[in-house]
Design a protein around this ligand. Structure first.
Ligand code: GLU
Length: 448
């Protein structure tokens, strides 16, 4: 391996010993940009990689709130402002019990390259809290969001940092967060958050954007492989916003979704998740207090496989749409043994580096999260554009732009693989294409 990369990896491991997820993403990115580093010896003198792996700013804060029983609860809030070389910090907020700094640094680092790949001017960030929305009432969620924003507001702004949703944060939470921001600052700066409802500056297609974007990207890959989506079977994990949008588009394109999953098991629906009623039920599940996918199986009379993951089901295309590291080597082996030809990351970092490597070595075409799920943040950036113009585009205008963006994400990744002779490796291609633009901007802006 290139000695500069090796040294930076070593230092990063030494400085962040308790951050396995963060180290995983740094290893994945740095090892795949080796050919670029080889061609740019000036990067080492400018300590470009050392700066790249260090967030520009990490904010950690106390979030006290009062539950419905009158008891005081304290959670931890974070915002990791990772890189602003190409635009204001941009990235989602995640509310989940397992949220910690390592996961958010990993996601913020990945977001930097994903946002660069979208071709739009947005930097990278991520934030959230270990607040667990499961079983919480709407009033509790509102009080939590108000407390969270009472600290966060001083660090964000339409030209500074623009948060959005992620796991556990949908338009409901964004609404409570925006209400508090507006109240504290006394301004109507709706470009400060994206993923808003339509009535106060949200964008059409934003809810569908991640899922639709996944399928627009997949269309490009399948075109390259000479394969049609019609009649293909899909295994999805998750049941939230990403799985919902993706299932909707798969049906429209004539594919069949066999599974969705939650924290306690997966649903196998051999008929396919193929009607508006079934697909819209995912939204209901997501906003319900208990958020248990078993409810889908009970309602539509199909099987719930408790404690299991859906990768054991045979299908043509596998799309994880839940959280990080749900596919380890064992799960990857199941995908390969099932003859799966295609694996696309709807979720962020759903597979371990070892699992990814195994799939690629066994002939599975793999599309990485930073390319495959870039449609969500891309339409967030289009929401920012519309807010700046104080204007809104039609559904078709946004959807057409999303389609073009996803085509560019694929084309730019492919072009990077050709430029650096990596073979048809979409993971390397996405990392290189995302990195090149950020590196150029960082070099141009001097040592900051
Ligand atoms: N959380 C999404 C992501 O991982 C969307 C972020 C955004 O819209 O800013 O890309």
């Amino acid at each position: 391996m290139n000695s500069y990369i090796e040294r930076v990896l070593e230092e990063t491991r030494r400085k962040n010993p308790n951050e396995p997820e963060f180290l995983q993403s740094v290893e994945e990115v740095l090892t795949s940009i080796e050919p670029v580093i080889e061609q740019h010896p000036e990067y080492e003198k400018a300590a470009l990689l050392e700066r790249l792996v260090e967030p520009e700013r990490v904010i950690e804060f106390r979030v006290p709130w009062i539950d419905d029983e009158g008891k005081v609860q304290v959670n931890r809030g974070y915002r990791v402002q990772f890189n602003s070389a190409i635009g204001p910090y941009k990235g989602g907020l995640r509310f989940a019990a397992n949220v910690n700094l390592s996961i958010l640094k990993c996601l913020g680092f990945e977001q930097t390259f994903k946002n660069s790949l979208t071709t739009l001017p947005i930097g990278g960030a991520k934030g959230g809290s270990d607040f667990d929305p499961h079983g919480k009432s709407d009033n509790e969620i509102m009080r939590f969001c108000q407390s969270f924003m009472s600290e966060l507001y001083r660090h964000i702004g339409p030209d500074i940092d623009v948060p959005a949703g992620d796991i556990g944060v949908s338009s409901k939470e964004i609404g409570y967060l925006f209400g508090q921001y507006k109240r504290i600052t006394g301004t109507f700066e709706n470009g400060v958050l994206t993923g808003k409802s339509l009535s106060y500056g949200g964008s059409l297609i934003r809810p569908e954007a991640t899922g639709y974007g996944i399928m627009y990207y997949i269309k490009q890959v399948l075109k390259h492989e000479g394969v049609k989506i019609k009649g293909k079977t899909f295994v999805l994990s998750g049941y939230g916003n990403v799985a919902w949008g993706c299932a909707k588009k798969i049906n429209e394109l004539g594919g069949k979704v066999l599974t969705i999953s939650g924290h306690n098991g997966y649903v196998y629906d051999p008929e396919g998740i193929n009607t508006d009623e079934k697909i819209d039920y995912l939204l209901e599940l997501r906003s319900s207090k208990h958020r248990d996918v078993r409810m889908y199986a009970e309602k539509f009379g199909c099987e719930f496989r408790e404690g299991k993951k859906p990768w054991e089901v045979k299908a043509d295309i596998y799309i994880p749409c839940a959280a990080q590291n749900e596919i380890d080597l064992e799960e990857a082996k199941k995908i390969v043994a099932n003859g799966g030809r295609f694996y696309f990351e709807g979720a962020n970092m759903p597979a371990t580096n070892e699992a990814l490597k195994y799939m690629q070595e066994n002939g599975v075409v793999a599309g990485p999260a930073k390319a495959v799920n870039a449609g969500g943040v891309a339409v967030s950036a289009l929401e920012m554009s519309q807010n700046s113009m104080r204007y809104s585009w039609s559904e078709k205008e946004v959807d057409d732009r999303l389609y073009d963006i996803m085509r560019s994400v694929y084309k730019n990744s492919l072009a990077a693989t050709e430029k650096y002779n990596t073979g048809y490796d979409l993971i390397k291609g996405a990392n290189i294409a995302g990195f090149e633009k950020v590196a150029d901007a960082m070099m141009a802006q001097g040592i900051v």
